[in-house]
Design a protein around this ligand. Structure first.
Ligand code: AVJ
Length: 323
């Protein structure tokens, strides 16, 4: 019988991942990277989050794309190569591609080969004239573009979803700077940025009444258990979403319900009752604070599109001209 190729990470990769996770668990407060949310179940839960009445983000960004993608496309111009950070299964990407004038290529960049090829395959079917060039890479590290993409009229990075909000300021700046380098002097970045608003709206968006976000948060532990052989007890943690005013961000935490010991990679990790494990940052910007951040990465805000209630923004950034 044919053996299925293993989807488990190679031993050395697993050791690296285990060390990364252990390093976070030794911090004060304890931390776990949000990448652990996204296994198959996590991606499914996230899709469900996007449909929740409290989670305004996806719906609002789509509304902005529906209303303004024509204008965005006009600013971008013809024969652009669109490089998306993350793989575009989403409607947002299609709204942009549909409005662009003879786009040259679409380059989704994703660390998950599976996501990448599913997304690329679906788009290839609907856009037979578009060069679709998937790149399997971790976009938080530098990576190479295929040579012919470098030759396009204009290179554009598309980074929807307010995913930049997951990064602390120094990492966000680094990521923006890398995008600027990737698109070059006449390129541009089209990025979705969630805006500051009443904290009670934000806390509800990250702690919905149906409990989907709680399940999504806990799933990070399930994922670590399966992938790295840990023994987190999912029933022994509570979901928490808190607004941290001085950092202008929502933080998702898991709070230990009791004193407990978790085993991982031959080590014991102790949790006290009420101890917090931080699993995600979701920074919320004002137009001013985001434009300041962009400036530190050598980028200028050229255009901002918002919904009528100014809940969310899609912003066009270009390399700032040196004086
Ligand atoms: C996918 C990073 C945009 O920060 O709103 C949703 C992830 N976390 N609910 C966000 C998320 C909890 C989401 N991003």
């Amino acid at each position: 019988m044919a053996k299925h190729p293993s989807t488990a990470p190679a031993k050395s990769t697993e050791d690296t991942l285990t060390n990364d996770v252990l390093e976070g668990l030794k911090k004060e407060p304890k931390e776990l990277s949000p990448v652990w949310f996204y296994d198959e179940l996590g991606s499914f839960l996230f899709d469900n989050i996007c449909e929740l009445p409290e989670y305004y983000i996806t719906r609002t960004e789509l509304q902005i794309m529906h209303g303004h993608a024509v204008e965005m496309a006009h600013h971008i111009g013809p024969e652009a190569a669109v490089i998306e950070f993350g793989s575009g299964t989403s409607l947002k990407t299609r709204l942009l591609l549909d409005r662009l004038e003879s786009p040259l290529a679409y380059v989704p960049v994703d660390i998950s080969r599976e996501h990448l090829f599913t997304a690329a395959g679906a788009l290839a079917k609907d856009y037979p004239n578009l060069h679709i060039v998937p790149v399997c890479a971790d976009f938080t590290q530098s990576f190479e573009l295929p040579q012919f993409i470098r030759a396009a009229q204009r290179r554009i990075v598309y980074f929807p979803g307010s995913t930049l909000g997951n990064f602390a300021r120094p990492q966000a700046r680094e990521l923006l700077a890398r995008m600027r380098e990737l698109v070059g002097a006449n390129g541009a970045i089209l990025i979705g940025i969630d805006l500051r608003k009443d904290p009670s709206i934000l806390e509800r968006a990250y702690d919905d009444s149906a409990g989907v976000t709680a399940e999504f948060n806990l799933n990070a532990l399930r994922h670590v258990n399966r992938e790295l052989g840990a023994d987190f007890d999912l029933d022994a943690f509570d979901h928490l979403a808190v607004w941290v005013e001085d950092q202008s961000r929502i933080e998702m935490h898991l709070v230990s319900k009791r004193d407990q010991v978790v085993h991982l990679g031959g080590e014991k990790v102790r949790f006290g009752q009420g101890e917090h494990l931080r699993t995600e940052y979701c920074h919320k910007y004002t137009l001013e604070s985001f434009s300041e951040l962009a400036a530190t990465a050598g980028l200028a805000v050229k255009r901002v599109w918002m919904d009528p209630n100014k809940q969310f923004s899609v912003q066009l950034l270009e390399p700032a001209r040196l004086q």
